[in-house]
Design a protein around this ligand. Sequence first.
Ligand code: AMP
Ligand code: MN
Ligand code: MN
Length: 332
Amino acid sequence: MELKNSMKIVLNDILKGKRKVALGGHVRPDGDCVGSCMGLYLYLKDQYPAMSVDVYLEEIPEAYRIISGTDEVKTEAPADETYDLFICMDCGDLLRLGFSRPLFERAKATLCIDHHVSNDSFADDNYIVPDASSTSELVFHLLDTEKITREIAEALYMGIAHDTGVFQYSCTSPETMETAAVLMRKGIDASRIIDKTYYEKTYIQNQILGRALLESMLVMDKKCIVSVIRKKSMDFFQALPSDLEGIVSQLRQTKGVEVAIFLHELAPQKFKVSLRSKGEVDVSEIAKYYGGGGHVRAAGVTMEGSSYDVINNITARIAHQLNHEEEQEPES
Ligand code: AMP
Ligand code: MN
Ligand code: MN
C-alpha cells in the first residue's frame, strides 16, 4: 500500500534531529491507547538509542501491565520539560490528552496518529485514518516489520484486538487480519493476551456489570438500552472507573437494540456517557454534538444535568437521526 510506505518515510523524517521525544494518549487509557503508545515506545527505544523517549499516560488498568515497558510510563507531566517532538496517539482532540497537554503545547513539533472520525488534525503532522481498526494498526504501518520484536508485537496485537472487539467489529478489515498474522508470527501468545487483557474480569468488575445489566431499561420502542452506574454504587463495590470497561459493549449485545447508552456518574449532575451503535445510528455525531467524539459505532462524551436530562438529550438526537433516515428512504 502506497500510504504505508510514504508514512514510513515520514516517520523517519519526523524523527530526524529529534533528541527528546514524548508520547501520550487519551485520558482513561484503553487497550488501543496503551498498545499503540507502548508499541511505538518500545520500537523507538530499540531503534533510536541516542534519542530520549518518555511516555505519558494516566494510570494504566492493571490487566494491561503484562505489556513490556508499562512500568516506565510517567503519570505526571514535569513543568519544565520541553520536548523536540510530542507524538499523540489514539486521541481525537487536545482536551482528551489530559495532563500531558501542556507538554504537547510546549513541544517544538507535534505528530498525531489516530483513527477517530472526529479528529480535526490538530497536530503539525497528522496520520489520521478513520477507517483503520485501531491506532495500533496505524502504528504497525509506520514501523519496519523486520524490526518489530515480540514485545512490540504484543503491545500492538493487544491494541488491535481490543478496538476490534477481538476481530469482530466491522472495522476489522482483511488488512487488520494480515497485520495480526504478522504480529502472531513474532512469537506472541495471542490467546493469553486476549484472555488476560480483554475477557478476564475481576470479581468486582463482574459484580458491577451485573448491576448495570440488572438495572438497564429499554427505551425508544426497545431500540435503545440505557443503564446508569451512580457514584454510590462505585463506592459500594469499591470499583474504579476502569472497572466499567466492557459494560456498554455488553448492553449493545441485547437483541433488537440499535444503540446502547451507558452513564457513569462522575460527580453530582455530571456523567461520562458511553455510546455504542449497531450501525443504523452514527453515535460519533451525537457525542460530537454535545462536545465529545469517537467513532460511528463507539463514541463518548461528558454531560451535565440529571441522568434524565442526559438520557432525554441523547435519545432526542437518536430519534432525530432515525426519523431523518426514514424521511430519506425512497417510497416503495
Ligand atoms: P468510551 O465510551 O469511553 O469507551 O469511548 C468510545 C470512543 O469514543 C473511544 O474511541 C473514545 O476515544 C471516544 N471518546 C470517549 N469519550 C470522549 C470524549 N469525551 N471526547 C471525545 N472522544 C471521546
Ligand atoms: Mn482509545
Ligand atoms: Mn482506538
